[in-house]
Write a protein that binds this ligand. Structure first.
Ligand code: ADP
Ligand code: MG
Length: 678
């Protein structure tokens, strides 16, 4: 309504960035690179793109804004489309993996950094854009770091940059705090524009419960809930923001909170008489966007809002009205695990700088308080000073293939803001060689050029392309789609219900010809798709319907990519005579032979990747408790606790990988980088 939009307008004029509008517009016009910094919530993400739009940049090309997180890209685009009075997907749009909400009219485009990286593959000079804003650079996501290096190269090399562009590209780099000098130096000494912030003092208090060893989610979830309730019953009005690790922990915490909040007697318990209720709202990545909108709305009078969020609320999204922070001290982080040569999502203590950032969210509009559930010893002994950039702790396989396809052969001397360890680069090269994406001299193969087109992990892409060359992509496309969405299976907490769910899931796998964790994905996909009432079917089979809907859409998109590639070049076609189940598993082997394990004794398996790690099958696998009948298996991912557990497992025959396994050891990694070292 009209009134709403006037309020939006009024609000945006109150933001700290507003007085600097003209100067910012000028600074972008005058410089190729510009670093913009300012407190979280000062209006960088939502306002600067609009200022550049008003300054007319859109006439020369789109204004592109990258975000490390997909939810942030979507939510912010939604907000900005409201502020600009257009419907989302028209002038203002967003693009994230498997979800493109843009049109020919789109001139302000929010996207994930991964999407921009893919766009560079087809259009290296980004001829569609007049300005690129790299946002949240302080997060140091892998893709943003790579984009920084690429844009530095594109914009600084004058002759290259002119090809396909009429005007030079402008690059704005935005960062909440931290390292702006380093960024400026990296970008050739470009100017730094600081938006003066206002922030209020935040009193931080340590708890006593959490010590060094308490990474069990049951412990910190319970503690966080207790603390949030203490704040609610003991502190004057003001909203609460709770930082937790991920969706399941957040849902668990919210469930307990709902229950406990019911029984609060507001006549006596709550200090400030004005608070008479608690509104509990979860906030995490894969949440439906209509639910996310509620987060930003002020609560009804007399009600206290309590948002239970992942790290997304630390800098990417700003919620107004927060006065209290409850900090769990943990974060879910992707780390490379050298024991299994894979990236693993694990719960780790946050860094001290992260903890300060979290606390700061309470002091945006007035003084606030931050309640930490961990003690001072935990702070000193377990929390590092700074978070290690993603580029130094995760697998580089995909980005190195992207770089190679962009013609960056010397991946060692690429301008990294922070250099990854050479052994990580070597490991990526080795993996690319193993799945035939590069040859012995480090050159991208024809197959590698096909692989880079898929927004999937290389092993999975390799299996998919193998299936395509055998004419059985219909078996692998659904599996690839299902592996790309989160939370397919409902795991009821109740033991009886869980048994029923397990039984149904196993039956589905058997019906698909061979009980394993890959066929179950195929089976669920096909059965649900064929059903007349897919949502009811899902409910009946303990499947999340929303996840399945995304999987359908992802499958369509993957199929489109494949069809496009098949039109563009000849696919080598091979013949295969054997049964469907064998064909399916053999295709998987082509991509997953790097993840192969053999049973040694009892329930213990041993990996074949040279580490020879002892591993177990995870209880959630359909193959759990059937180990005795297994010999060789491949797996998609692992869970590491005190033991290593294999998840998404499939039995195979040694014959199928016999010829592939030597590849794991034959290659001298330094040979692969020979091009780089010349
Ligand atoms: P920065 O990028 O500097 O951290 P933002 O541009 O994200 O700042 O936020 C500026 C203001 O816009 C904040 O007060 C924030 O609460 C508000 N805001 C951002 N997104 C939304 C939204 N979806 N709904 C309501 N308010 C929002
Ligand atoms: Mg921002």
């Amino acid at each position: 309504t009209k009134w709403d939009s006037m309020e939006v307008l009024h609000e945006s004029k109150n933001l700290p960035i507003y007085p600097h509008k003209a100067k910012l517009q000028r600074a972008v016009k005058d410089n190729s690179f510009l670093v913009v910094t300012g407190e979280t919530g000062s209006g960088k993400t939502t306002q600067l793109p609009q200022y550049l739009h008003q300054a007319g940049f859109w006439r020369d090309g789109k204004i592109g804004v990258t975000q490390p997180r997909r939810v942030a890209a979507i939510t912010v685009a939604q907000r900005v489309s409201e502020e600009m009075h257009c419907s989302l997907g028209r002038e203002v749009g967003y693009q994230v993996r498997f979800d493109d909400c843009t049109s020919e009219d789109t001139v302000v485009k929010y996207m994930t950094d991964g999407c921009l990286l893919r766009e560079i593959l087809t259009d290296p000079v980004l001829s569609q854009y007049s300005v690129i804003i790299l946002d949240e650079v302080h997060e140091r996501s892998l893709n943003t770091d790579i984009l920084l290096g690429l844009l530095k190269q594109t914009v600084s090399s004058t002759d290259e940059a002119c090809k396909g562009r009429s005007l030079p590209l402008k690059v704005v780099v935005m960062s909440a705090t931290l390292e702006t000098d380093k960024l400026s130096v990296f970008l050739g000494g470009c100017p730094v524009f600081t938006i003066p912030g206002r922030s209020f003092p935040v009193i931080c208090r340590f708890g006593c419960a959490i010590g060094e060893k308490d990474t069990e989610s049951t412990v910190y979830v319970k503690e966080v809930v207790k603390m949030a309730l203490d704040v609610h019953t003991g502190e004057p009005a003001g909203d609460i923001l709770v930082f937790l690790t991920g969706q399941s922990e957040i849902e668990k915490a919210c469930d307990i909170l709902y229950e406990k909040a019911e029984s609060i007697d507001y006549r006596y318990d709550v200090q400030d008489g004005k608070v008479e209720g608690l509104l509990i709202l979860p906030l995490y990545g894969s949440m439906p966007t209509d639910q996310q909108k509620q987060i930003f709305q002020p609560p009804p009078p007399g009600i206290r809002k309590c948002v239970v969020a992942t790290n997304i609320a630390a800098t990417s999204l700003t919620i107004n009205g927060i006065k209290y922070i409850v900090d769990s001290g943990f974060v879910k982080q992707l780390n490379h695990n050298s024991r299994v040569s894979m990236d693993i999502l694990e719960v780790v203590p946050i860094s001290k700088s992260e903890a300060q950032q979290r606390a700061g969210r309470a002091g945006r509009t007035s003084p606030g308080k931050c309640f930490r559930i961990y003690n001072q010893e935990f702070w000193e002994k377990c929390m590092p000073d700074y978070t290690v950039p993603e580029i130094q702790r995760t697998s580089l396989t995909s980005v190195i293939l992207t770089l190679k396809c962009l013609g960056v052969h010397d991946v060692i001397r690429f301008p990294y803001l922070d250099r990854p360890e050479e052994r990580f680069i070597m490991e990526a090269l080795k993996q690319l060689y193993q799945c035939d994406a590069i040859d012995r001299r480090g050159k991208v193969t024809a197959l590698g050029e096909l692989m880079v087109e898929f927004p999937l992990p290389p092993g999975l892409t390799r299996a998919l392309l193998q299936a395509a060359s055998l004419g059985c992509e219909d078996l692998l496309l659904p599996v690839a789609a299902m592996l790309s969405v989160e939370n397919i299976f409902i795991r009821p907490g109740h033991p009886e219900k869980q048994k029923e769910a397990d039984k149904k899931h196993r039956l589905l796998a058997e019906q698909a010809g061979g009980c394993n964790d890959f066929t179950i994905l195929l089976s669920v996909f096909e059965k649900c798709k064929a059903s007349d009432h897919p949502s009811a079917w899902c409910k009946n089979h303990f499947i999340h319907w929303r996840a399945l809907k995304s999987a359908f859409s992802v499958e369509t998109q993957l199929r489109e990519i494949l069809v496009r590639l098949q039109k563009k070049r000849d696919f080598p076609m091979e013949k295969f005579d054997g049964n469907k189940s064998e064909l399916f598993r053999r295709c998987l082997c082509t991509g997953y032979f790097t993840n192969v394990a053999r049973r040694s004794v009892g329930k213990v398996f041993c990996t074949m990747d040279g580490h020879g790690s002892m591993v177990h099958i995870h209880p959630s696998s359909t193959l759990f408790d059937q180990e005795a009948q297994l010999d060789w298996v491949i797996f998609h991912d692992v869970l590491v606790t005190s033991r290593v557990y294999l998840r998404t497992v499939c039995p195979i025959r040694y014959d199928w990988v016999k010829d592939l396994l030597p590849k794991l050891h034959e290659v001298d990694v330094y040979e692969l980088s020979s091009v780089a070292r010349q």
